[in-house]
Write a protein that binds this ligand. Structure first.
Ligand SMILES: Nc1ncnc2c1ncn2[C@@H]1O[C@H](COP(=O)(O)OP(=O)(O)OP(=O)(O)O)[C@@H](O)[C@H]1O
Ligand SMILES: [Mg+2]
Length: 346
């Protein structure tokens, strides 16, 4: 730009120029830029101090004596002033661009560092979680086994003994489920939740789960109804994983429904898939709660009854891995119906 303005006057090109200093004085140590290698004297010079983006710069504009002796009029001064203004403008634009690029680079570097740090933290958490969960699983398994053996040895008349054993069993079983859920969480987060769908009758996976939960429902005075078609509904399913889905959904329904309420498990065959629903007469969910119900660790404040808030997050991951989907229909005070689909076996 500077050269463009003075290109019509070759003498001006070599005898007019500018220097930029960092700070408020033209200190040679602080020289940032010189338009020509030649250093001018202080005569025929104009100094300007600029404050750009919080930093002070000194602009030194000059015309060498040979420029004046060639022109000998006020014109050179005018040219010098115009040149100075244009140069200052160009300088400001260049500086602003430069600072913007620097800022962007700094922000990008900060964002990259934060992402790397977050990824490292997640990896460490996953590793710790996996090691701890894995190492806890075996001792908890031994406790459960030993307690079962102990239960057989305690005389039937010893009520207090059996109550204590039942308490240990409940606590250990809770730990077993929690460890399993934490391991599943790590698997989901690291993309290692593998399902192996094979053709199997849906009723079998459902019954396995119902058999475990029926005594709990009965103890809590909740009517558990299972309304499945007599003909086998053959679906593509990883039986253990689908049983886990049933356990979570029926377990939730029983857990959150008040005594005297009911829970109904149904299934219907559609042309290419099977839809299963678990309906209850519990407290139901608001629209805002329905939005969050499948989030990890989410629990409605009003209905905290133990657990970690991982059940439905895992349910969703398992059903999705099967190529199905899971939904919830509910109104506050009118119960909740959780439904999921599985592809039919060919
Ligand atoms: N059938 C239901 N009726 C009313 N609220 C429910 C029902 N099922 C789930 N919820 C709400 O959704 C939350 C999340 O359910 P989720 O199964 O993920 O966790 P949890 O049952 O609290 O704990 P976890 O399953 O890990 O033992 C529950 O805490 C509860 O607030
Ligand atoms: Mg649950």
């Amino acid at each position: 730009m500077f050269r463009g303005i003075f290109s019509k006057d070759p003498l001006a090109l070599e005898s007019i120029g500018y220097l930029v200093y960092d700070g408020t004085s033209p200190d040679p140590q602080a020289l940032l830029y010189a338009s020509a290698p030649e250093r001018p004297g202080r005569e025929h010079a104009r100094f300007a101090t600029l404050n750009v983006a919080g930093r002070t710069w000194t602009l030194h504009l000059y015309a060498l004596p040979r420029f004046y002796s060639a022109h000998g009029s006020r014109l050179p001064l005018l040219v010098l002033v115009v040149g100075a203004l244009v140069s200052a403008l160009v300088f400001q634009v260049l500086l602003a661009n430069h600072r913007y690029a620097l800022l962007q680079a700094r922000l990008l570097a900060q964002a990259q560092a934060a992402t790397a740090e977050a990824q490292e933290a997640v990896r460490t958490r996953d590793e710790v979680l996996a090691i701890v969960s894995h190492d806890l699983r075996n001792p908890v398994g031994s406790i459960l086994l030993s307690v079962r053996l102990l239960a057989r040895r305690v005389p039937e008349t010893d009520d207090a003994g059996h109550r204590a054993i039942a308490g240990i069993q409940r606590a250990a079983e809770g730990m077993r489920v929690l460890i399993g859920d934490l391991l599943d969480l790590v698997r989901i987060d690291t993309g290692r939740l593998v399902v192996e769908p094979r053709p199997c009758p849906l009723q079998e996976a459902a019954r396995d789960a119902v058999d475990v939960i029926a005594p709990i429902a009965a103890a809590r005075g909740i009517h558990l109804a299972v309304d499945l078609p007599a003909d086998p509904l053959r679906v593509l399913c990883d039986r253990e994983r689908v049983q886990q889905v049933f356990s979570n959904l029926i377990g939730n329904a029983v857990k959150f429904t008040q005594t005297g309420g009911s829970v109904t498990v149904r299934a219907e065959g559609l042309p290419d898939r099977v839809r299963v629903s678990v309906a209850d007469t519990g407290p139901g969910l608001t629209a805002a709660e329905r939005e969050r119900v499948f989030d990890r660790f989410w629990q409605a404040d009003k209905s905290r009854k133990g657990g970690t808030g991982l059940g439905l997050f895992i349910v969703k991951a398992i059903v999705t891995a099967h190529g199905g989907d899971v939904t919830v229909q509910s109104e506050p005070g009118k119960g909740a119906t959780f439904s999921f689909t599985l592809p039919r076996a060919p």
